[in-house]
Design a protein around this ligand. Sequence first.
Ligand code: SF4
Length: 260
Amino acid sequence: MATLIPDATQTKAHLTEMFASVQGEGPWVGERQLFVRFLGCNLDCLYCDVPETKTRQSRCRIEEEPGSWRFEWAENPFTVADLMRHLERFGSPALYHAVAVTGGEPLLHHRFLANWFPALRRAGYRIYLETSGELHARMERVASWVDFCAMDIKLPSSSGEKPLWQAHRAFLQVCRDAGIATFAKAVVGHNSTEEEIAESARIAAEVWSEVTLVLQPVTPFGAVTQAPTAAQMLRFQQVALAVHPRVRVIPQTHKLLGAL
Ligand code: SF4
């Protein structure tokens, strides 16, 4: 599938969906968050479970009630004011751990984010950024507003992408220097290798010894039909722990719940 890199402007952005749910990945699993999903991605991971972010969408769906799978629709693109108005329907910011800014790759919209994030902060929200973890120069432009960052470390075996080790290293440095509560996540496939896991752990150990590396077994979707076994995951964790002391195995949980 061809990837979509949207026209990035300061004042408008294309979204695919908004909903309230629980965070399903990583150390903040179970926290109630407001999800805002941006259109477009510069990568094309084999396991991608949001392929709709990679084709142009004229409308954004907005879930009516959390967990209902019933939606209203709003036209793209959104201004900052449009977006803030739509968020109000979900109730007080105090109900939520954070706004989860996701995609696609939200940093493709970094100019828009630089306008939107201060408005989110003024409204009382915290900001949780989910990213492929390689567009480090763009991250530098918005890092001062980000409270939490879930950054990927892409394994070529599972993603089908070329190695991005240097970009991930630079990205994690930006998060460290900005003092963002960050974890690095490697989606692990049945064909992933110990060398890839060790390299991911080396990045964490050498850049930021405090950071947690999450090994997330791939959830079969689309072209990916096979997940790694429990024995593989435990072996990979052992390999990573030999390099870096903070390594956790955490599968996706929101899909068990049947939530978005
Ligand atoms: S970076 Fe995320 S959104 Fe983009 S292709 Fe990969 S999994 Fe999909």
